[in-house]
Every structure is written in structure tokens, then in C-alpha cells.
Write a protein that binds this ligand. Structure first.
Ligand SMILES: Cc1ncc(C[n+]2csc(CCOP(=O)(O)OP(=O)(O)O)c2C)c(N)n1
Length: 558
């Protein structure tokens, strides 16, 4: 049955038919017909954020936590340009976000009309696909296709820009429930079975093999399969920043995070390995350091759904294009059981207790151990960007899949607070903590109002060191200790919480941490805990940017 609907109504109906239940957005002139249609539309919840960047990050958090498309909405011009950072973050980390933006009416296009920005032009490089809808007859297909493209292959953001007059035009709408598929999508190439056999052979022959896994393992739901592969072959497992929580943190085969802030024994293992099987990760520069010196003895196998990722940064002996779960299932059928015991013993021999770098005061380790205790390890942590992000990645004992969410590729400060709102909406029954530095928190702290207005139970922790800590660390190490514009003043966060009507705690002593985190965790609704940590604490170990994994810094350079 077809119905005559306005473009705005068509967007709503297409989203509902595609399974969308919620969106994050902010209205304005060019998107008003859509908001009018949305008003009271059955089955669609709209969450009003305080800045469009937060809408994009929230949609991203929702998408990552729910493994489904997250939708954000903005008006033309400044509304749309405010989305850009969030789209870029989703693009870098492969998160399926669909942005709907209003655009000036077609007769005004190209005339520098009020709030006109060429949003398709602006977002070209930070989306998988984008489209300006010039005809209401195309609108339903364009929105459906956006939903499909966002999820297909390596997921990513798609933007649909809809001129105001197209939102007002009428067209026939036919409800469709058939699976979403982009129009010109080629059938997936079959997995190269010979390559799978070759990888099984390389695993059998290697003396020092490693598995290195990324977010692709989470996206494809290959958690159990990868664990089985590790257990069957005895291969130690390295999780990239975005691969954290793709493997049980405390599993005996789990090593941890590689690269710039990876533990010394992990990077040493990479440098000694004769085989690295990378799954659903992209060998980015924070992982490899200088690629000329990365894993000099290793043959590299790269399994990824994105053909362009294979061989992009490192030389690959065998590349397999495919979904991580599918490929790992095939590998499981092809590998012979072994246990790699001598190699595992060798790596254990490289491990040693790292010096506590905290000269007293409140240490991140104490905080993260207390949080694990208080939440029974059952929470999702959304980290922001900086030192605290690395401490969390190094320390928190993630036990369940997809419970660590962060802006890895773009490293967008301000991500944690809004993304955690999205995580909460996708998984309302599970506790979620947004952990930020005092810098990143101040970028999007206005979203506390969104949490209060919409009843979003997000717990907020701020690691307050009085600095833009990670940049200060680089200044200390590489810029002669000149702290140019990194000391950062903060408001009284407890009073700030009070102004929003939510409870807040300020913690300065290790003895108070557990109590404050417990109370925040148990109090219904949003809550805030400020943790005053040592001001000049550093993240160790560290590989100098562009340096070799073989040369970690374990203390500040003299
Ligand atoms: C939007 C944005 N601007 C600037 C940066 C550069 N940057 C990376 S880490 C960092 C410092 C973060 O400070 P803070 O939020 O206090 O966290 P900390 O490092 O102290 O844990 C900065 C400025 C960034 N990553 N993102």
C-alpha cells in the first residue's frame, strides 16, 4: 500500500522501517519540517543534546554499544558543521552513524543563503558516503541506502542532506521491510580458502607467533571464535586500543595493548615474533611506531574486511579480506592444536613489575581497581583522550566484550561524555562510566543537562590533574619542560554537579576513592566524581613518536 507523505514524514517512516528507535539531535530553520513530522511520531525517540558534536558522538556511542546504526540530526550551516568532528571520529573507528541534516531550499542553493554550507563538500572526507537529496522521489531510497552503507563492510558514517523544500514536498511512500542493501553493492567475494590454509601452515611452523586483534573482532562478534583460536594454538593475544575488551583481559594468553604506551614486554614480544596474525585491526602508527623497525623478524598476516587496509602501512605476507568471525571460523577448522609453551615462557621472562610512577597522592591504578571492585567489572567504560585514556587501557580488567569504548583513531577530546550517553541509551540496563580528563570533560560538560532532561544514567569521572596532561607530558619530554598553554583551570565540579541537580563528590585521598565511586554508582541517575590526581604524573612506558618499539622510555628523558 502506498501513502502520500511529505519528505519529512518519509524520513521518519523510512527510519522506523529500517529499525531506528532513537536519534540525537538539535533543531534549526532548515530542518524544521523534519522536527515537525517527528513531533509525536510513534516509535521514534529524539534526544535533544546541547551541541551537535555531542549528537554525533552520542550516535557513535550508541552505534558501537548496540552494534547498530546510530542516528544524529542537525540543521544546515552551523548545525551540520558542528557534526563534523563526531563524523570524523566515527569514520576513523568504523562506527555506523547516519547523519540527517537540513539544507537550504533548492532555489537558494549556491547563493550563500542564510545558514548555507556545502555540507556534502565539507563532510566528503569524513564520511563513507554522503548525498544531497534533490528530489523527494529519491528520499526514501537515499535514507535506506544510507542505513545500509553505514553497516556494510567496514562500518562508518553516512550523511543525508535534505533541502527544506524537499522535506515539504509530497511523494508516494511504500513501506518496505526487506533487508537493507546498497544499490550498487557487489556480492562479497568468497574468503580465499587457500590463504586460510596458508595461514594455518604459518601458525603451525612459527616459533614465536602472536595474535593481534582490533575492533573488527568486536564488530563481527568473533569474541568466542578468537578465544578458541588462541586457546587451540596457544598464541598470545595482543589487543589494540580499540581491540580492548575483544578478549578477556585476565585470560592467561592475554598480553595487553601494543605500541606507543604498550608495556615493554608486549612490544619486545612483537619485536621478537616470527609471525603476527592481525585480525580486524589496521596496524596504525600508534601500534607500529616506525614501520621500518616494526616486528623485523615477523611475517605478517592481515585479516580485515576492508581490502584497502591490507598492506597500507606494513608489508603483509598473507592478506585475507573477509569478516573476522567468518575467517576465524575457517582458521579454527584448519589449525592444528599446539600450545607455544616455550614462546609463552620466553614472554613471561620479559615481564617485570613496573615502578609505580606515582609519588604518593591518588593514583589511576587505585582509582581503576576501586572502580572494577565497585562495579564488579560489569560496567562499560567510555574514555576520553589523553593520559587517563592510556591508564584505563593499560589497567582496567575488562571481562566482557565491547565494554571499552574510546575515540582511538581521531583521538577526539570531548568524546567520552556524549558517547557514554549513547552507550546508556543502547544498553540502558548496564552501568556506564564516562571517564575524562579535566580538559576533555570541559569540552562537552554541557551534556549533563541532556542527561538530566532525558533521564540518562551516566556516571561521570574526571581525572583532574590541572593540566592538559598528555600534551604537558610531551612538553616535559620533548619541549624542554615549557608548559605552553597546558595548565588548565577547572570550575568547582561538585558545585557544577549541584547546579545541574546531580550528586557530586571530590576525592583527594586514596582512602576516599572506593566510597565515592560506590555512592556514585549506586545513586540512581547521573552522578559525578572528581578525582584529584597527581599533577605531573606521566604515562609509561612510552615510545617516542615515530620511534622504534624496541626503544621504550621508562622514565622522563633528562
Ligand atoms: C579535540 C582535541 N583537541 C586537542 C587534542 C590534543 N590533545 C590530546 S591529549 C590532550 C590533553 C588532554 O587533557 P585532559 O583532557 O586533561 O586529559 P589528561 O591527558 O590530563 O588525562 C590534548 C589537548 C585532542 N586530542 N582533541
Amino acid at each position: 500500500m502506498t501513502e502520500l507523505l511529505t519528505g519529512a514524514q518519509i524520513i521518519c517512516r523510512t527510519l522506523v522501517d529500517a529499525g531506528v528507535e532513537v536519534m540525537f539531535g538539535y533543531p534549526g530553520g532548515a530542518i524544521m519540517p523534519f522536527y515537525d513530522a517527528l513531533h509525536g511520531h510513534a516509535g521514534l525517540r529524539h534526544i535533544l543534546v546541547r551541541h551537535e558534536q555531542a549528537a554525533a558522538h552520542a550516535a557513535d556511542g550508541y552505534a558501537r554499544a548496540g552494534n547498530r546504526v546510530g542516528v544524529c540530526v542537525a540543521t544546515s550551516g552551523p548545525g551540520a558543521t558542528n557534526l563534523v568532528t563526531g563524523l570524523a571520529a566515527a569514520h576513523m573507528d568504523g562506527s555506523p552513524v547516519v547523519a540527517i541534516t537540513g539544507q537550504v531550499a533548492r532555489p537558494m542553493l549556491g547563493r550563500d543563503a542564510f545558514q548555507e554550507t556545502d555540507v556534502v563538500g565539507v563532510t566528503m572526507a569524513v564520511t563513507k558516503h554522503n548525498v544531497l537529496v534533490r528530489d523527494v522521489e529519491d528520499l526514501a531510497d537515499d535514507v535506506r541506502e544510507a542505513m545500509a552503507i553505514a553497516m556494510e563492510g567496514r562500518p562508518g558514517p553516512v550523511l543525508v542532506d535534505v533541502p527544506k523544500d524537499v522535506q515539504n514536498q509530497k511523494a508516494e511512500y511504500r513501506s518496505r521491510k526487506d533487508p537493507l542493501r546498497s544499490r550498487d553493492r557487489e556480492p562479497d567475494a568468497p574468503v580465499d580458502q587457500e590463504a586460510v590454509k596458508e595461514v594455518a601452515r604459518l601458525i603451525a611452523e612459527a616459533e614465536r607467533p602472536l595474535l593481534m586483534i582490533g575492533r573488527g573482532v568486536i564488530v563481527s562478534g568473533a569474541y568466542a571464535e578468537v578465544r578458541r583460536l588462541a586457546e587451540r594454538t596457544g598464541m598470545p593475544v595482543i589487543t589494540t586500543l580499540l581491540g580492548i575488551s575483544a578478549f578477556p583481559q585476565e585470560h592467561p594468553l592475554h598480553l595487553g595493548m601494543p605500541g606507543m604506551h604498550g608495556e615493554v614486554h608486549i612490544n619486545k614480544a612483537i619485536q621478537a615474533a616470527d609471525l603476527i596474525v592481525g585480525i580486524g585491526m589496521r596496524f596504525d602508527d600508534r601500534v607500529t611506531g616506525n614501520t621500518a623497525t616494526f616486528a623485523p623478524r615477523a611475517k605478517i598476516v592481515h585479516i580485515d574486511i576492508e581490502p584497502a587496509a591490507i598492506g597500507r602501512t606494513v608489508r603483509v605476507a598473507v592478506g585475507i579480506v573477509g569478516d573476522a568471525r567468518d575467517v576465524v571460523q575457517r582458521l579454527l577448522a584448519a589449525v592444528e592444536p599446539r600450545n607455544c609453551m616455550p614462546w609463552r615462557t620466553e614472554i613471561s621472562g620479559l615481564m617485570r613489575q613496573r615502578e609505580e610512577t606515582f609519588a604518593g597522592g591518588l593514583s589511576p591504578d587505585v582509582i581503576l581497581d576501586a572502580l572494577a571492585d565497585v562495579t564488579g567489572g560489569r560496567c562499560t567504560i567510555v574514555s576520553d583522550v589523553g593520559q587517563h585514556q592510556m591508564w584505563i587501557a593499560q589497567r582496567y580488567p575488562f571481562q566482557r566484550p565491547n565494554t571499552h569504548i574510546t575515540s582511538g583513531g581521531l583521538g577526539a577530546m570531548g568524546f567520552a561524555v556524549p558517547a557514554a550517553m549513547g552507550v546508556h541509551v543502547a544498553r540502558p540496563d548496564e552501568p556506564v562510566w564516562a571517564i575524562s580528563g579535566d580538559g576533555g570533560f570541559q569540552m562537552n560538560m554541557a551534556e549533563i543537562a541532556t542527561m538530566v532532561q532525558e533521564g540518562l544514567e551516566v556516571k561521570l569521572a574526571i581525572f583532574n590533574n590541572g593540566y592538559l596532561g598528555m600534551v604537558r607530558q610531551w612538553q616535559q619530554f620533548f619541549h624542554g619542560g615549557r608548559y605552553a598553554s597546558t595548565p588548565i583551570w577547572s570550575p568547582d565540579y561538585v558545585k557544577l554537579a549541584g547546579a545541574y541537580g546531580i550528586p557530586g563528590w571530590r576525592v583527594e585521598q586514596a582512602s576516599q576513592v572506593q566510597d565515592a565511586l560506590r555512592q556514585a554508582n549506586e545513586t540512581p541517575g547521573p552522578a559525578l566524581v572528581e578525582l584529584v590526581i597527581e599533577q605531573e604524573a606521566n604515562v609509561f612506558p612510552m615510545i617516542v613518536p615515530g620511534g622504534s618499539l624496541s626503544e621504550p622510555l621508562e622514565a622522563a628523558p633528562a
